[in-house]
Write a protein that binds this ligand. Structure first.
Ligand code: NAD
Length: 292
């Protein structure tokens, strides 16, 4: 039997419908959710990503602003972030990466007000994922999680193996799964160096691969019946490919997310869902403050 494809677009469509309803409810209260994308200098990949953000935001009635800064000093970026944090018409801030050389990415991310951190990159929001508390979780991690949910698999007690331990993908996905009582194993370059990747992958009932290495996982390592999410985006001979070597996988996995077409189409939707969530919370706290 062939694996069922977990495509992002239909999952995104269902979530977009809910976002549109939430935007309409905010409009009744006189609030238009507003996302600001901050870019320092030029970057080809960011240009494409921002274009997608803007198009989808417009379709959902979310205001999208660009804050473009020339490559200069980190102090300019700090003051732009301070202004956006203080601007009550702004509900979400995304700092496009990579930053030019000489900028301290972690320090700049942590300057963003966690209530407006719709990309889920501040320590505060990553802590919320860890504790299973409400917060703005990273978009890509949420996309992977939503695709797993779309497969209908029961998470409790399942063996979930996550490859990649980055703060915005591997770690938050692992935390979201363990919060649902899956049993998690996190693999990374250390696991590969120890020659132990294969043994972990073979045990996985849920496999999430977010390493950024084309074809890292051969399809024939995948456990029969597994739910497989390929987060990787790699450019090989002008084509986009994932981290899993697709050969053989379709005959083994029960569900597999394609690259492209799996996680990718969901990430902007998750960013916009976070923006609306941030607007709801900020509008709520504004009402609360003025009433008190
Ligand atoms: P990252 O470089 O920050 O982290 C990669 C992780 O993979 C590291 O923890 C590293 O230990 C692990 N790793 C690298 N090589 C490995 C190997 N040979 N064996 C085992 N582990 C290995 O990357 P990231 O930001 O977490 O992104 C991961 C991938 O997901 C990239 O391909 C990126 O382009 C893609 N991505 C996709 C989307 C999307 O919307 N689809 C969004 C963000 C990132």
């Amino acid at each position: 039997m062939s694996a069922i494809e977990l495509r992002g677009a239909p999952v995104a469509r269902a979530i977009n419908e809910k976002i549109a309803l939430d935007v309409a409810a905010l409009a009744v209260r006189g609030v238009t959710p507003c996302l600001v994308s901050v870019q320092v200098g030029e970057d080809d990949a960011s240009r494409i990503y921002r274009g997608q953000q803007q198009k989808k935001a417009a379709a959902l009635g979310i205001e999208y602003r660009r804050c473009d800064l020339p490559v200069g000093t980190q102090a300019d970026l700090e003051s732009a972030l301070r202004e956006l944090n203080a601007d009550f018409t702004v509900h979400g801030i995304i700092l496009q990466t990579p930053l030019p050389r000489g900028y301290d990415l972690n320090a700049m991310q942590d300057m963003i007000d966690p209530r407006k951190d719709v990309d889920g990159v501040t320590a505060g929001n990553l802590g919320a994922v860890m504790c299973g508390r409400p917060g703005l979780y990273p978009s890509t991690a949420q996309s992977a999680y939503e695709l797993i949910r779309a497969s209908g698999i029961e998470l409790k007690g399942k063996e979930a193996v996550i490859i990649g331990r980055s703060a915005i993908v591997g770690k938050p996905v692992a935390m979201m799964l363990v919060n649902e009582r899956a049993t998690i194993t996190m693999c990374h370059t250390g696991t590969e160096a120890a020659g132990k990747l294969e043994e972990h992958v073979r045990r996985a009932e849920i496999l999430v691969v977010a390493a950024g290495v084309a074809g890292l996982i051969p399809g024939n390592w995948v456990r029969p019946g597994a739910v497989v999410i390929d987060v990787g985006i790699n450019y090989v001979n002008d084509k986009i490919v994932g981290d899993i070597d697709a050969q053989d996988i379709s005959e083994r996995a029960a569900y597999v997310s394609p690259v492209p077409g799996g996680v990718g189409p969901l990430t902007v939707t998750m960013l916009l869902r976070n923006t609306v969530l941030a607007a709801e919370r900020l509008a709520g706290s504004t009402c609360h403050t003025s009433a008190s």
